[in-house]
Design a protein. Structure first.
Length: 451
């Protein structure tokens, strides 16, 4: 009955083109979604008349999770005293961006990005209050200019977020330019009608020696920027797994891909059939050197952008307090191997330059503060292999629940009954020599099928 294998697997892979099984973390109905907002807008009795009216309809818990951008690369304008607000709720399923700058031409336009678990894609929307009645536009074409064709949110890797308050490690150090900006913002923000929509405390402060005060940006007790990085990293890995599985000739590459994710030491070619090797023009060393250069350049670029706001003195070196998790050699090698397999093709390449959430297309840094690309294994394996395939019992990884935020109004740690949003982290042990050898053997003999 071995002749059935190609037919069975063909049906298996093609089935993911339209519907994605989705991670169980997304089973809970979100606090707020685009459909609900559209229902409010189309309500003939209680139609919101302004951005402020609409924001007040949002659940308070949703409005208690947000980040503040004192500088923005978006279509919205922002200043230190009138930052752009990005609401994320407890799960970042729906991002809502609002301008608070009075002179912004797009002040009366709300921007929305929603993650769709059933398709593992992000959808883009605008709500405009310019005109007699509010209008909602789905998938505005201009969004692709900054977010890409297979769109995703723009958010820099952990833990440097240039342009946001708490731009390095959610900290606003005393004596820095960002501290001066934030102090002025706190003196004036209650005068801004849009900023009244912020719910709950959004910063903590530490009274240091000599009267110096450091601020920390928080949302309901969790670091604001870091929470957004972790939440977006999780949904983005669903998107990446879907892209890989729907890529051309995925079945012929899946053993090489999982070997790269697990950390098998062999070069990617050792997991491919001979006839596929000619489709990869660059050597792995070339791709690895290029990847390492790009990741380090990206780190230095964000460091340079952050220094202006975070330095506490001319000689202050902020590089000593930034996270270097994304610069781990194991992570760089893992990314380089996937780039070799997917991007380094003469034909049918899968571009990875939009895998990272960074604004920059040449960024390959996927560090979200909780993990890096290694966590893709838990999103990819369940969709790439049948449970009945013998290899699946040997590909082991630990699923670690990670409760990051709460849906409940009482989110204090002492509340044992609170309902949390728990995503998963995935930790795979170093693969054995025997497993890597089996993956190599399977990859070199994998059948060919056509879509």
């Amino acid at each position: 009955m071995t002749w059935l294998k190609p037919l069975i697997c063909l049906a298996f892979f093609v089935s993911f083109e339209g519907v994605w099984a989705g991670n169980p973390a997304f089973n809970r109905k979100p606090l707020l979604d685009v459909a609900t907002i559209e229902g409010w807008i189309n309500d003939p009795v209680e139609t919101p008349k302004s951005v402020e009216d609409l924001l007040l309809k949002f659940p308070a818990v949703y409005r208690s999770h947000f980040v503040l951008m004192h500088d923005s690369l978006s279509l919205h304008e922002a200043t230190p005293t009138h930052p752009r607000i990005i609401f994320l709720g407890p799960d970042a399923r729906l991002l809502t961006a609002v301008s608070t700058f009075p002179e912004d031409p797009r002040r009366d336009i709300i921007e929305l990005i929603q993650f769709e678990p059933q398709t593992a894609k992000y959808s883009f929307h605008e709500v405009s209050f310019i005109g007699k009645s509010p209008q909602i536009v789905h998938e505005p074409s201009k969004c692709k200019n900054c977010h890409g064709v297979d769109g995703r949110p723009n958010w820099e890797p952990y833990d440097m977020w240039p342009g946001s308050y708490g731009g390095v490690h959610d900290t606003i150090p005393s004596g820095s330019l960002e501290h001066n900006f934030f102090t002025e913002f706190l003196l004036n923000f209650k005068k801004n009608d849009r900023l009244q929509s912020l719910y709950g405390d959004f910063f903590m402060k530490d009274e240091g020696i000599a009267g110096k005060t450091n601020y920390f940006t928080v949302s309901r007790g969790s670091s604001s920027n870091a929470s957004l990085s972790i939440l977006l990293g999780f949904s983005n890995r669903e998107r990446l797994a879907r892209q890989i599985i729907n890529s051309k000739d995925h079945s012929q590459y899946r053993y090489a891909i999982i070997a790269a994710l697990l950390g098998c030491p062999e070069e990617p070619l050792e997991f491919l059939r001979k006839d596929l090797k000619s489709n990869h023009p660059k050597s792995f060393k070339e791709v690895l050197d290029e990847t390492q250069k790009l990741i380090h350049q990206g780190h230095l670029r964000r460091l340079h952008l952050s220094e202006e706001f975070q330095k506490t003195s001319p000689n202050n070196d902020i590089s000593e307090r930034v996270d270097r998790f994304g610069l781990r050699q194991k992570e760089i090698v893992r990314i380089a191997k996937l780039r070799y397999l997917l991007e380094n093709r003469t034909v049918d390449k899968l571009e990875m330059d939009r895998w990272s959430l960074s604004h920059r297309k040449d960024s390959y840094d996927l560090n979200d503060g909780l993990s890096g690309l290694e966590n893709l294994v838990g999103h990819y394996v369940p969709m790439a292999f049948f449970p009945s395939e013998s290899i699946t019992s040997k590909i082991t990884y630990e699923t670690i629940p990670f409760a990051i935020t709460s849906y409940d109004s009482d989110a204090t740690p002492s509340n044992k009954e609170k309902e949390v949003f728990a995503l998963q982290a995935f930790e795979a042990p170093s693969p054995s020599k025997e497993l890597c050898e089996e993956l190599s053997k399977s990859g070199k003999t994998e059948f060919t099928w056509k879509r």
